[in-house]
Design a protein around this ligand. Sequence first.
Ligand code: 13P
Ligand code: SF4
Length: 308
Amino acid sequence: MPQETGMMSGLVQEIKELKEKRGAVILAHYYQLPEIKEIADFVGDSLQLAQQAASVDADVIVFCGVYFMAESAKILSPEKTVLLPDKSAGCYLAGQATGDAVRARKEEIPGCVVVTYVNSSADVKAESDIACTSSNAVKVVNSLPEDRPVLFVPDRNLGHYVSKKTGRQMYLWDGCCNVHDKLTLQEVEASRSKHPGALVMVHPECRPEVIDAADYVASTGGMLKFAKESEAMSFIVGTEQGMIDSLQKLCPDKEFYPAAQHMICPDMKFTTLEKVKESLEKLEPSIQVEPDTAEKARKSLSRMLEIV
Ligand code: 13P
Ligand code: SF4
């Protein structure tokens, strides 16, 4: 056995033992490194992970993802210890809005309902009426009273997509994800020419012109379902590259090509096996959310979970 593989299987064994000792469960997002998804008890998209966090029967959750995901898990399960193996794993998009700025904007739109994409801080969720993820945003917006203006925070591309799908005018926050917003129409067209016959799937965080040019628009979980059920045999994938190995694993006889080589979220790659092991040993870094903020943010997350 090569030395590196041996070291890795030793680490995996140690993680398994520690997990049992701590009564822990490991949740991982699809964008995580393959070896992290391999040791996870559950791998999912943002919505599926929030649902797991709210319902899982474990004392400790090791969240292999980025800060806002672990923070949402803590808000939904305050009695549990929620560990984020690398506390510096952030989300560029979540950094585009603050609670104070949302509060100020709300005052400019009297009577508005604030819909907040989960890729946001607890402070922002606390200023919101309801949360959403990329897989339920259309449903969430469709559930709102028709006579109230809607402020959609913080992703303008997702907001634009939802507005088009629901036919509802919304006030859009001017934020974006620096991984998805960088994918250009020219890159999508170049991928199509390189892989004739492949279907283009893109995430709704992509720009409107990229979304319009795609064959299918979905969350990460939605892309997996579509690829599995589609009769097509090859796909161009317009989201973070971590999806490629998850898609390939689910559909080993199909082909998947990244829409652009630059679509990598560095923060999603901060989690390593060593850091997972260390977090289980020390029960750190443990996520804490200020109780008042957590209570308000929980309402917006719980409302979302009630309607999906
Ligand atoms: P999903 O909700 O589709 O998993 O997306 C999360 C995310 O961070 C997209 O960049
Ligand atoms: Fe945030 Fe974009 Fe990374 Fe998703 S891909 S976690 S939205 S920075």
